[in-house]
Design a binder for this molecule. Structure first.
Ligand code: ADP
Length: 189
């Protein structure tokens, strides 16, 4: 099984590269951001709760995202593997994921961290805001505060997988194909 964590700040290119990984390795894409937005669209109680938090650029409580990931992993037992995109975003989420996979006799294969300078991240996210109309992508202050939260809450997750010897950094600037080639190299190494 191939279980890839695609890691990086907002605008690093996780969504774009996830799609390509799914195609090449026949994996299942699990994006907590997409799952949460689907709940918001469906106007479920969970979606209403998440919406207020997401519109402020804050992290949704661990129990909520962990529960969503558990459901999806358990619903796909025959899968060849998963691409986790935007999860885990806190140490508690990383520990919960490690435990969940262990129970199923699985484990994280690699964490691929996409690295992009802050100025470029902000440019990309604001551009995406214009194209897709995501509320949290349209305001520069909000984008900057999401990057700050990434640095304080999410970056420690990289340390967690460095300790396990599973961390690989990939420079996230270049063409989509160039970056994808580097990711594939990191996976096969
Ligand atoms: P980006 O990577 O650009 O921030 P996402 O779609 O991954 O976009 O996330 C959008 C929002 O959804 C986040 O700002 C956060 O509020 C919420 N979210 C997504 N994934 C998680 C997670 N694993 N833990 C907590 N909140 C999350």
């Amino acid at each position: 099984m191939l279980n890839i964590l695609l890691f990086g700040p907002p605008g690093a290119g996780k969504g774009t590269q996830s799609k390509k990984l799914v195609e090449k390795y026949h994996l299942i894409h699990l994006s907590t951001g997409d799952l949460l937005r689907a709940e918001v669209m469906a106007n479920t109680p969970l979606g209403r709760q998440a919406n207020d938090i997401m519109r402020k650029g804050l992290l949704v409580p661990d129990e909520i995202v962990i529960g969503m990931i558990e459901n999806k992993v358990n619903a796909n037992h025959g899968a060849k593997g998963f691409v986790f995109d935007g999860f885990p975003r806190t140490i508690a989420q990383a520990q919960a994921l490690d435990n969940l996979l262990k129970k199923l006799n699985m484990s994280v294969s690699k964490m691929i961290a996409l690295e992009v300078e802050e100025k470029e991240l902000i440019r990309r996210v604001l551009q995406r805001g214009k194209e897709l109309g995501r509320f949290d992508d349209q305001n520069e202050m909000l984008v900057r505060s999401r990057i700050k939260i990434y640095q304080s809450e999410t970056l420690p997750v990289a340390e967690h997988y460095k300790k396990q010897g599973k961390f690989v950094a990939v420079y996230g600037i270049g063409t989509i194909e160039e970056i994808f080639a580097k990711i594939c190299q990191a996976i096969s190494s």
